[in-house]
Design a protein around this ligand. Structure first.
Ligand SMILES: O=C(Nc1ccc(C(=O)N2CC(c3nccs3)C2)s1)[C@@H]1CCCN1
Length: 141
């Protein structure tokens, strides 16, 4: 009996990429001449340390417009911006993908320089403000 063998079509399947984004901040030992009180870093990274540059082409961090160069495009791992300042504000984080067919994704992060609860932090303990999220790609059939 002649049975036609067909290649099994892969249905639309999802590829889920876990990421962590956020900021770490630490008080400066002394206020800078510009009045900066903290140093901080804002970042996007793969959860469990995965190298996201396999599927991320660049990450654009949009800082407050009072920064000298408020728009920072980072085109290779580590996708982070290291800065200093005196206050907390929202940072837009736009992730552009290596696959030109994939639309970019924008996340928003409130830079945190101070502890949210009333624990009086001893010394220069860093303030970690991190969020877990997932980038979901729909694989074509
Ligand atoms: O703080 C806040 N907004 C901030 C915007 C920019 C900040 C900052 O840290 N910097 C600008 C950059 C400069 N350095 C020298 C010249 S411009 C260092 S803070 C708000 C105000 C109320 C609550 N939070």
């Amino acid at each position: 009996m002649n049975v036609k063998q067909t290649t099994p079509r892969v249905k639309n399947r999802q590829v889920v990429k876990p990421i962590i984004y956020g900021s770490y901040a630490q008080p400066l030992i002394q206020k800078s001449p510009q009045g900066h009180t903290h140093e901080w870093i804002v970042f996007v990274r793969g959860a469990d340390g995965e190298n996201i540059s396999h599927y991320v082409k660049k990450v654009v961090f949009k800082l407050h417009e009072s920064f000298e160069v408020p728009t920072r495009a980072i085109e290779s791992d580590p996708f982070e911006v290291r800065e200093s300042g005196w206050g907390e504000f929202e940072i837009a984080i736009k992730i552009h993908f290596a696959d030109p067919a994939e639309r970019s994704v924008t996340l928003y992060h409130g830079l945190q320089l101070y502890s949210k609860d009333d624990t009086q932090l001893v010394g220069r303990m860093p303030i970690r403000a991190e969020k877990y999220d997932e980038i979901i790609f729909n694989e074509p059939t």
